[in-house]
Design a protein around this ligand. Structure first.
Ligand code: GLV
Ligand code: MN
Ligand code: MN
Length: 409
């Protein structure tokens, strides 16, 4: 049992400093992949990785990889990490806490201990999918996405991933990502982003499974016309059709009677003028569940409702699946090790599923994985007022440290 503890002063300083990058006047933090804020955050985090005694490399997906001990790449590494991109106007902890907590834990190990195994830290690119599509970095890392598909992905302004990465000055260092794939285990520290731990007064959540999720892009083509002169029955209103699809997606998830959820969080209408009937609309449907057949059924239902709405509303639609990520189960062995670490630290814990997606679920394709959650105040996340008490953040990072030590010795 270790007596080693992370430095909470350093952890909180780094969380505060990173949270200043991409801060928005309207509230929250926006760090879209390869934006100026993301570039600055990458520089800041890379400097912390070096200070923690690791080398810094970049793979072909822009993932930042820190490596201890100058370990040869044929030595399997115990890895941990998360992401530093955010949703628009997001919080200071989603992703950032996992990266900064892992850097602090590895730094602490470096300063006080010589682990017998290599340690690796990964900062995954584009976890949120707020610019190009969810999980590009972690999917690419494990080989679920090849570079040509990733590089061709476009943002709203039709800028490709490749162009954006190039313009951001992010160049892969010589080693391809498959050389970092030699991983013995992967751990991810994260805020819960839901209310369960707080409600049950537990310090730590030990994740058993992570939901699968899909993202449908639905483009609706109607006709832009004068809002005053076009009679109601002669309209082909794309936004009205979008509204009907939104209601349909909502009902489809409710009717499953399971843990399934469906959300439309992004609506764009053109031309976007108060006195013009919207001729074109684009919406995204995010849908999730823990079982693949149920997610597939939900997707089929949402697609058929959308086509039916299009027919009745006299508009054209194109439905495209932008991304699909399978659910994942965490390793029973790592779950046991995390539980033992909580016990050593005298922290209460609870097993729970994750309704949020995480890079971890992609890494589960290649190795044993585990996730450590800390409480989120009022369960709030993907919002400016995301908050976890400093002591809770410190506890989570200490559980990560203890778990890393157990796995690395
Ligand atoms: C990732 O943050 C998600 O959308 O669950
Ligand atoms: Mn996250
Ligand atoms: Mn998130």
């Amino acid at each position: 049992m270790t007596t080693l503890r992370i430095s909470s002063t350093r952890l909180h300083k780094s969380i505060t400093e990173l949270s200043r990058i991409g801060r928005q006047p309207a509230g929250g933090i926006t760090r879209l992949t390869f934006s100026e804020a993301d570039i600055e955050a990458r520089k800041y985090v890379s400097s912390l990785i070096r200070e923690a005694g690791m080398s810094v490399s970049i793979d072909e997906f822009g993932n930042i990889i820190g490596r201890t001990l100058n370990a040869a790449y044929d030595i399997p590494a115990i890895s941990c990490g998360s992401h530093i991109d955010t949703v628009p106007n997001g919080g200071a902890l989603d992703g950032a806490y996992g990266v900064l907590g892992a850097i602090e834990a590895i730094r602490c190990i470096h300063e006080h201990h010589t682990p017998t195994k290599a340690l690796q830290l990964i900062v995954f690119t584009e976890e949120e999918g707020a610019r190009f599509g969810a999980f590009i970095g972690s999917k690419g890392f494990v080989g679920l996405l090849d570079t040509s598909s990733a590089y061709a992905m476009k943002d709203r302004d039709r800028v490709t991933f490749r162009e954006a990465m190039h313009n951001a000055g992010i160049r892969p260092t010589s080693r391809p990502s498959e050389q970092y794939r030699n991983i013995r285990a992967y751990l991810e520290l994260h805020i819960e982003q839901g209310p369960v731990l707080e409600h049950e007064h537990k310090s730590i959540g030990i994740v058993e499974s992570i939901v699968g999720l899909g993202d449908l892009v639905i483009e609706i083509e109607g006709e832009a016309r004068h809002a005053g002169t076009t009679p109601m029955q002669l309209r082909r209103d794309a936004l009205l059709a979008a509204a009907r699809i939104i209601l349909g997606a909502n009902q489809s998830a409710i009717k499953t009677g399971t843990s399934a959820v469906a959300t439309v969080g992004s609506v764009i209408a053109f031309p976007g003028a108060y006195n013009v009937i919207p001729g074109r609309a684009i919406i995204n449907v995010d849908y999730r569940d823990v079982s693949i057949p149920r997610i597939r059924r939900l997707e089929t239902k949402i697609s058929s409702i959308s086509k039916e709405v299009a027919r009745k509303s006299n508009v054209e639609i194109v439905i495209r699946r932008k991304s699909f990520t399978k659910p994942a189960h965490m390793s029973a062995k790592i779950i046991r090790v995390i539980k033992a670490s909580c016990r050593d630290l005298g922290l209460s814990c609870k097993y729970l599923p994750s309704g949020a997606g995480h890079d971890c679920q992609n890494i589960a394709h290649i190795t044993k994985t585990g996730m450590i959650f800390v409480p989120s105040r009022d369960g709030i996340s993907h919002a400016a007022n995301e908050y976890t008490k400093p002591k809770q953040l410190e506890d989570g990072a200490n559980v990560l440290l203890a778990t890393l030590l157990r796995l690395a010795d």
